[in-house]
Design a protein around this ligand. Structure first.
Ligand code: LMR
Length: 327
């Protein structure tokens, strides 16, 4: 792996010294399918970036963990092997910026409007700023959706998850969340989840419908419950040195491309998740369960204490500020 990085870094060094005519290459690596909200927005950014810079920038999009899995994509960015990523907000804890795990707290966002109040307001901007000390510039928040839960047995009540091995992203909040349900959380890279569900390495998982459907998780899970218990979204990031070193006109063209790609992404995220849930239902392979009012209250009762439990890690002030912003 290290050799792979080294080769990429050397290649980048060479391309930086190339003639004025050769385009600046931005390798944009991500772990989801091209037909997810993130995958489509990455493509949209590519088109706009190449158009707005008149071809002086070339964006190469690598979806589906083709280049790096989520375990090593951050390292790849910091080493200059890729220039752009859009990891889920859950995955920033590994950089030591624990505050991002606030996005994983159960029921922290009652709606998408509440979420945008945070991501587009001072809280969101302040969180992106925190990445700078790690050598990273945060360019935008991209949306995905609220998570559903899956298993091979009906999970109508939160107690139905008890004793199951549940795949999670690497996030302390998600670990505590699964433990609150009496489940056994297991961290796995996104690219490994469908196979792990198929072979029984894990019994179930959580993700927005767009991720479940495009990874065919529904083909190996007999039941999903539309719990909407938590949120999954992204921060689009670049290596700060690379970004600051770009000619100013190029950087502003890329900022414009990112702004338009972000507007596009936000417009398609909910629609695509609704369509994915419908496609899961229509596949006939998975029973899609919508919890009733009483069951929703049960899920909430089991999971809300996680907010309090994680105050020590994430910061009481930040959690209260988000709750105030979203009230
Ligand atoms: C996951 O690992 O479940 C997600 O973060 C994947 C993604 O990027 O949406």
């Amino acid at each position: 792996m290290k050799l792979k990085f080294l080769a990429a870094v050397l290649a980048i060094g060479v391309s930086a010294q190339a003639s004025a005519q050769s385009p600046i290459v931005i390798k944009f690596s991500h772990v989801v399918a091209p037909d997810t909200p993130k995958g489509q927005a990455a493509e949209r950014f590519k088109q706009l970036a190449e158009k707005f810079t008149n071809g002086r920038v070339k964006v190469e999009v690598y979806p589906n963990s083709l280049l790096y899995k989520d375990n090593d994509e951050m390292e790849a960015l910091l080493l200059g092997a890729v220039q752009m990523l859009a990891p889920s907000l859950a995955k920033f804890g590994r950089l030591g910026v624990r505050e991002f795990e606030a996005f994983d707290l159960p029921y922290i966002f009652p709606s998408k409007t509440a979420l945008y109040n945070v991501t587009e307001g001072d809280i969101g901007k302040g969180l992106l700023k925190k990445l700078e000390s790690r050598g990273i510039t945060g360019l935008a928040y991209w949306d995905n959706g609220f998570k559903i839960m899956s298993a091979n047995k009906p999970i109508h009540h939160p107690t139905d998850v008890k004793g199951l091995k549940m795949r999670i992203q690497l996030s302390s909040v998600l670990e505590v969340q699964m433990r609150a349900l009496g489940a056994y959380p297991q961290v796995l890279a996104f690219s490994e989840v469908t196979q792990a569900l198929k072979t029984g390495v894990v019994d179930g998982t959580e993700n927005p419908p767009s991720n479940m459907y495009t990874q065919k998780m529904h083909e190996v899970q007999k039941h999903v419950t539309v719990t909407n218990h938590g949120y999954l979204g992204y921060a689009v990031i670049v290596h700060k040195k690379f970004w600051d070193g770009l000619p100013a006109d190029i950087r502003s063209a890329l900022e414009k491309a990112m702004k338009e790609a972000t507007t596009f992404e936000k417009a398609i995220a909910q629609r695509d998740n609704d369509a994915a849930l419908e496609a899961i239902r229509k596949s006939g392979k998975t029973e899609v369960y919508l919890p009733g009012v009483k069951e929703q209250a049960e899920w909430r009762r089991m999971l809300m204490p996680v907010q309090k439990e994680m105050e020590g890690r994430i910061g009481k002030e930040l959690i209260s500020a988000i709750n105030k912003e979203t009230a």
